[in-house]
Write a protein that binds this ligand. Sequence first.
Ligand SMILES: C[S@@+](CC[C@H](N)C(=O)[O-])C[C@H]1O[C@@H](n2cnc3c(N)ncnc32)[C@H](O)[C@@H]1O
Length: 264
Amino acid sequence: MTTFDTAEINACCADAYSHPAARFLLGESLHPGGLDLTADLAHRMRLSEDDHVLDAGCGPGATAIYLAEELGCRVTGVTLEAGAVTELDHRAEERGLADRITVIRGDISDIDLPQAGFDAAVAECVVSIFARKAEALARIHDALKPGARLGLTDVTVSGPLPEALQGIFAVAGCVGNAVSLEQYASLVEDAGFVVTECAPLPDIARDFLKGIRKKMMFAEIGAKLGKIPVSVESVKMAKGVLKETEELVNSGTLGYGMIVAERR
Ligand SMILES: C[S@@+](CC[C@H](N)C(=O)[O-])C[C@H]1O[C@@H](n2cnc3c(N)ncnc32)[C@H](O)[C@@H]1O
C-alpha cells in the first residue's frame, strides 16, 4: 500500500474539494449524513450560544453556518482550500453572521491556535484524511479548554481496501487513510480525551452512497448529451469505484461512525 505524506494529501484536498464535481456529488455539507447528522452531533455535544467551537476541516462551512445560525455558537473554521475560505466569509457576511464566524486557511496540525481557547471542536469527515492523526488530534486537544467536548464523525475501515481505493484521491476522499471506529476511539483517548459515546452509523454510509449513485446517473446522462464538461469514460470509471465502495459498505468493511469525547 502506498503512503502519502501530508504535503501531497493537503495539495490534493485543496484541489479536490474546490472542484465543482465534489460539490455536485457531495452537496453543501461535505460529509455523509449532512446537516441532520451535524444537528445530532451538536445535540450530543450540548452545544449552545455560550460555546466557541473549532470546526477542524470546515470546508465551505455548512456546519459553521448551522452552528452559528441555529445554535448561536461562535465558530472558528480551519480548512485547506482558499476558495472555501472566501465562500464562507461571503456567506457569513450575507447572513449577518460575520461576528460569529471566523475562517482560517491552513493545516489544522500546524496553524497558530490559542491554547485552551475553545469550548468545543467538531471534526466531520476529516480525521480520516490526516496522515498523522495523533499529531492533529493533539493539536485539537491543546486548543480546547479542560472539559471541552470533541465531536467526530468519519469514515471507518475495518479490513483491506481494493487498489482503486488506495490512491491519493481515495485518501483525500476520506477512505484511503481511514481507520476503524475502535482505532479512532483509541487515538482520541491517547490524545487526552475521555470517549463518552462511540457509535457505528451503517445506515448513514448506505444512504450517502444511494445519493451519490443517483447523482452519478444524472452525470452520466449529462456527459452523454455533452451538457457537462466530463467524459462518459470518466463517469463510467467513477461508477465502477462506486460499485466497489457499495460492496465494501454492504460487507461491513467500510462504514461511518460517531465519537463524542471530553478533553481531560
Ligand atoms: C470531507 S471534507 C469535510 C468538510 C466539512 N467538515 C463538512 O463536513 O462539510 C474534508 C475537509 O477537510 C479539509 N482538510 C483536510 N485536511 C485538513 C487539514 N490537515 N487541516 C485543515 N483542513 C483539512 C479539506 O480541505 C476539506 O475541506
